[in-house]
Ligand binder design. Structure first.
Ligand SMILES: Cc1ncc(COP(=O)(O)O)c(C=O)c1O
Length: 390
């Protein structure tokens, strides 16, 4: 009997698909997946439609990405971070940030190399490492601050370490890494000749006094960092799957070689749409941040009122909330209970941890506030049912 490869057997169905199916079955208000319920600006759609009807992008675009988009990415990175990116050899447009991370890992990691994953981590990172033949090495962050222990991080580096995957602002915890944390990571990467694969899809979503610092901007880091971002969260077009990787041409060659051999190119009209998005001025980003901040505060208040213990997020659009005062069980059991009995869907974060550290996430669930205020209100009203359980 033929069977699927051993490599893919442990991967299973993603938690997002499982939760979405259950949420739909029970009519739950879905604060699970990080999928905005309102599309981004109409002008971005118009730019993609124009590319369709005018015949631009209907045939295979450049495998690197359409020039207008690569130029837009280079402009964006220089404008916000002062980094210079070569549009011919320093950037590749990918099928979302997910392919960006995947291709970065395949382009850097040799069989048997160690790759450090800071836990909890976005769920595609581990399959990316395993498919490259890499060996994951875990460094956990712990609640309620969701920081890592510097000594545990130091201990994870050795002569076999090829890469570390970083994500800031962070999904699911909402952490924004400080300059000190990033400098420690940078120092260790320089000392051990390690590449950083930095997933920055929430780069524009930071709150209060927190600011996003790309690790590539730290001294001597550009040449050892592959930075990934995407139009999904910044412009609210998660369905378009237009992302990108930028970095030093010497490292980008690896990304390009794998990218051209798995997908070759990315949807043409969508690329023109995101190229237009990158011409929007700073007021767009400020309005996005303000709007998410309002919903962050709205959801925080609702969670506190329900008897949960949320951590205050510094960035992205998620809140981790400890449920141990209202429910006696693990995160998957609580997420199922919330869907069935309360009518609200969340993501249980233990699938973002290694088996050894799964217990760290087993008393929290992740709520997303990339939803309209009225949807958050509807969830808030239902969550009040939890209050009687405190
Ligand atoms: C940290 C992180 N990286 C990558 C992605 C995937 O981004 P894309 O849809 O652009 O592939 C997500 C989506 O939720 C994410 O949270």
């Amino acid at each position: 009997m033929p069977s699927i490869a051993r490599r893919v057997q442990p991967f299973g169905t993603t938690i997002f698909a499982q939760i979405n199916t259950l949420a739909a079955r029970y009519g739950a208000v879905n604060l699970g997946q990080g999928r905005p319920d309102v599309d981004g600006p109409a002008s971005i759609i118009e730019a993609a439609v124009d590319a369709l009807t005018s015949g631009r992008g209907n045939q295979y675009p450049s495998g690197l990405g359409v020039l207008e988009l690569r130029e837009g990415i280079a402009r964006h990175v220089e404008h916000f971070y002062g980094l210079k990116v070569d549009v011919e050899s320093g950037v590749v447009v990918t099928n979302g940030a997910a392919e960006g991370v995947y291709s970065a890992v395949q382009g850097i990691v040799n069989e048997g190399d160690e790759v450090i994953l800071i836990e909890p981590f976005f769920d595609t990172y581990l399959p990316s490492v395993i498919n490259a033949g890499g060996v994951p090495v875990y460094v956990p962050m712990r609640p309620p601050q969701w920081t890592f222990d510097p000594d545990e991080l130091r201990a994870a580096f050795n002569e076999r370490t090829a890469a570390i995957i970083l994500n800031t602002p962070h999904n699911p915890t909402g952490r924004v890494f400080t300059r000190e944390e990033l400098q420690l990571i940078a120092d260790l990467c320089i000392a051990h000749d390690v590449v950083v694969i930095s997933d920055e899809v929430y780069e524009h979503l930071t709150y209060d006094h927190h600011h996003h610092i790309p690790i590539a901007t730290l001294p001597n880091m550009f040449e050892r960092t592959l930075t990934i971002s995407s139009g999904a969260k910044t412009f609210s077009f998660t369905g378009w799957k237009v992302g990108w990787v930028y970095g030093h041409p010497d490292l980008m060659t690896g990304v390009w070689r794998i990218h051209q051999n798995i997908v070759y190119a990315v949807n043409g009209p969508a690329q023109y749409g995101i190229a237009h998005a990158l011409t929007l001025d700073d007021s767009y980003y400020n309005a996005l941040r303000t709007s998410y901040n309002e919903r962050r505060l709205q959801l925080l208040e609702a969670l506190q009122a329900s008897g949960l213990k949320p951590s205050t997020p510094e960035g992205a659009f998620y809140i981790m909330a400890d449920f141990s005062e209202v429910f006696d069980g693990d995160d998957l059991a609580f997420a199922e209970f919330l869907i069935r009995e309360v009518g609200v869907a969340t993501i249980p974060p233990s699938s973002f941890f290694s088996d050894a550290n799964r217990c760290i996430g087993s008393k929290s669930v992740r709520f997303s506030y990339c939803k309209q205020a009225r949807v958050i209100d509807a969830a808030a009203e239902r969550l009040l049912k939890l209050k009687s359980r405190v």
